[in-house]
Design a protein around this ligand. Structure first.
Ligand SMILES: Nc1ncnc2c1ncn2[C@@H]1O[C@H](COP(=O)(O)OP(=O)(O)O)[C@@H](O)[C@H]1O
Ligand SMILES: [Mg+2]
Length: 368
């Protein structure tokens, strides 16, 4: 079976690597010929807006899925008319617009931060009175890795914040004083069976995910699964979905969802019985889902901008290295390590060592 993937980045690459042993071939639609997924599947080079490229892509595949949420709706519609698109275009479209996404959360009675739609500077000033300060101004469209966001601390920040986001339609959100950030990664089959991996705790650096830890038997697991199941069912979802949440005491607030495999689920490659990548392919291919249990304590560390020395990284007990084959650039995700351990104490020791190796590399490259 040939699985078409919209995008040819590291998520597409890891999907293709998971599909290979199952006899599933991946075909990527991507405009960059040097895309990092290219060595592990077939690349159809072209823009999502180019009808000839969409036609070539559709002819080369049996089913289509995405590694990105920011795909033009016209491309999704074109492909959905020709091949099964999983997840469907509604699930992808709602995730492209923070306002529609938050409206959906509210309809499903998932708690969220207090938020207000803002289309002008005047509306922003009124919205600040509603949400209170501090607050986060977020563009409705095209935000990722903290981009398209500005924190407002006082009323006087309004004009500069509005300029900084480019005066486009936005959402103003009350700043949540969260205890921690967690995500729940789920998979739903074509028949509607849902499975959930253990919750993951996420720490960010400069707006980009830095470290994820699997939370084994967390007291909030059931609540997160309940929220996520409502979303999966409302969207009639097929494949892997990630729901990002803020934990405040015993409650969870829904922040956003990703209609795709997610960076906070990378630990599942070695840390779970079945990885998010394999289960996503199983779901879209109409195959039975695999078990989502953790094998033990696990964590993931992202390599952003630079990668530690391979020899040193692989000398850390329980460390597994994933390099994406991308040219290094500031702020670019180049790879990650999964750490597996028999106890959380040993896991934390490994995480500390890998972070030290990463920071050492950062200091070195700053001197280059
Ligand atoms: N309302 C909020 N309160 C507190 N922190 C927030 C809020 N919204 C976003 N953040 C912080 O900014 C990060 C990125 O925001 P998010 O909405 O997830 O956008 P994206 O991941 O698409 O860039 C979050 O992971 C969180 O650390
Ligand atoms: Mg996010």
């Amino acid at each position: 079976m040939r699985i078409g993937i919209l995008g040819g980045g590291q998520l597409a690459r890891m999907l293709a690597l998971a599909g290979h042993p199952l006899g599933l071939q991946c075909v990527f639609l991507e405009s960059a010929p040097e895309a990092c997924a290219a060595p592990v599947g077939r690349l159809v080079t072209g823009a999502f807006k180019a009808e000839a490229a969409l036609a070539d892509f559709a002819a080369a595949i049996d089913v289509v899925t995405t590694e990105l949420e920011h795909v033009p709706l016209a491309a999704l519609e074109y492909l959905a008319q020709r091949r099964p698109l999983l997840p469907g275009s509604r699930a992808i479209a709602l995730a492209q617009d923070r306002l529609l996404e938050k409206d959906l959360f509210r309809r499903l009675q998932l708690p969220t931060a207090h938020c207000v739609a803002v289309d002008t500077l005047e509306e922003l000033v009124c919205a600040m009175a509603e949400t209170g300060l501090p607050a986060v101004l977020k563009t409705r469209h095209m935000g990722y890795d903290g981009k398209g966001q500005v924190v407002l601390r006082e009323t006087a920040d309004a004009a500069a914040a509005w300029r900084a986001v480019g005066g486009v339609p936005c959402l103003l959100e009350a700043m949540v004083p969260f205890d921690r950030e967690v995500s729940v990664i789920a998979v739903r089959s074509r028949e509607g069976e849902c499975r959930f991996w253990p919750l993951t705790e996420n720490r960010h650096r400069n707006g980009i995910l830095s470290v994820s830890r699997a939370l084994l038997q967390d007291p909030l697991q059931m609540l997160a699964e309940d929220y996520c199941r409502r979303l999966l069912e409302a969207l009639d979802y097929v494949g892997v979905l990630a729901l990002e949440l803020f934990q405040v005491g015993d409650s969870l607030l829904a922040n956003e969802y990703a209609p795709r495999v997610h960076n906070s689920g990378h630990w599942t490659i070695e840390g779970a019985v079945t990885s998010q990548f394999e289960n996503h392919l199983r779901a879209v291919a109409g195959l039975p889902l695999g078990a989502t249990d953790a094998r033990g304590a696990a964590a993931m560390i992202n390599f952003v901008g630079q990668v530690p020395e391979r020899r040193e990284l692989l000398a850390v007990a329980g460390a597994h290295l994933h390099l994406y084959g991308k040219r290094p650039a500031h702020g670019r995700k180049l790879g990650h390590a999964t750490l597996c351990a028999v106890s959380s104490a040993l896991l934390e020791q490994g995480v500390r060592t890998v972070l030290q190796l990463t920071q050492y590399r950062e200091k070195e490259s700053a001197l280059d």
